[in-house]
Design a protein around this ligand. Structure first.
Ligand code: URA
Ligand code: SF4
Length: 192
């Protein structure tokens, strides 16, 4: 399936009970040819209404922090979530819901083929980086899995709750930027 087919099918998905309470499916946003993909946990209220990921308060903070290191959803990154429909009252998505929905993220990943995937927060980190991850201990560490680098950082909502986390995320994003430069340089075929 190509990108548009996957997106169209996802927008009609009724594979789990979250379809009953959603306003919109939030497929994702950004450049499907991006080298870096960010993955959050699931849409909140604003995302559900606007059908776009990370557009509420934590999304604004994320955009501004990404912008500081040269990442923009309009150009060089892609942003998606583990579940595409909002869990009621913003509860954590249940494991069964994550298991049903992960096929869409998998399709996005296979079509984008990003060089680096960054998990935002505990739910995404434990689903796509390492089930045993402890985000306060392991954020900013790169893990290589079958051709792709993975890294987790704290969720922007965690920074809003505790501004003391901001420096850690800033540092992780600097590491991300440098990692991408390293990868791009190592893939460059110009040798003189
Ligand atoms: N939090 C998330 O994890 N994802 C969004 O899209 C918005 C808030
Ligand atoms: Fe389908 Fe995912 Fe929405 Fe569940 S959360 S209905 S699996 S798109």
């Amino acid at each position: 399936m190509d990108w548009e087919n996957v997106k169209e099918s996802c927008l009609r998905c009724t594979e789990c009970p979250l379809c009953d309470t959603r306003t919109n499916v939030v497929f994702g946003q950004g450049n499907p040819k991006a080298d870096v993909m960010f993955v959050g946990e699931g849409p909140g209220e604003n995302e559900d209404i606007q059908a776009l990921p990370f557009v509420g308060r934590s999304g604004k903070l994320l955009d501004s922090m990404l912008g500081e290191v040269g990442f923009f959803r309009e150009s060089n990154i892609y942003i998606a979530n583990i579940v595409k429909c909002r869990p009621p009252l913003n509860r954590d998505p249940f494991p069964e819901e994550q298991e049903k929905c992960i096929r869409w993220l998998r399709s996005q990943f296979l079509l984008i083929r990003p060089k680096i995937v960054v998990a935002l927060g505990r739910i995404a980190a434990s689903r796509i980086v390492d089930p045993c991850i402890k985000i306060t201990r392991d954020h900013g560490k790169f893990v290589y899995k079958k051709g792709t680098w993975f890294m987790a950082t704290l969720h922007p909502a965690a920074i809003l709750r505790n501004p003391g986390h901001k420096e850690a995320v800033k540092h992780d994003l600097e590491l991300l930027k440098n990692k991408l430069i390293d990868i791009q340089e190592s893939l460059s075929c110009i040798v003189f």
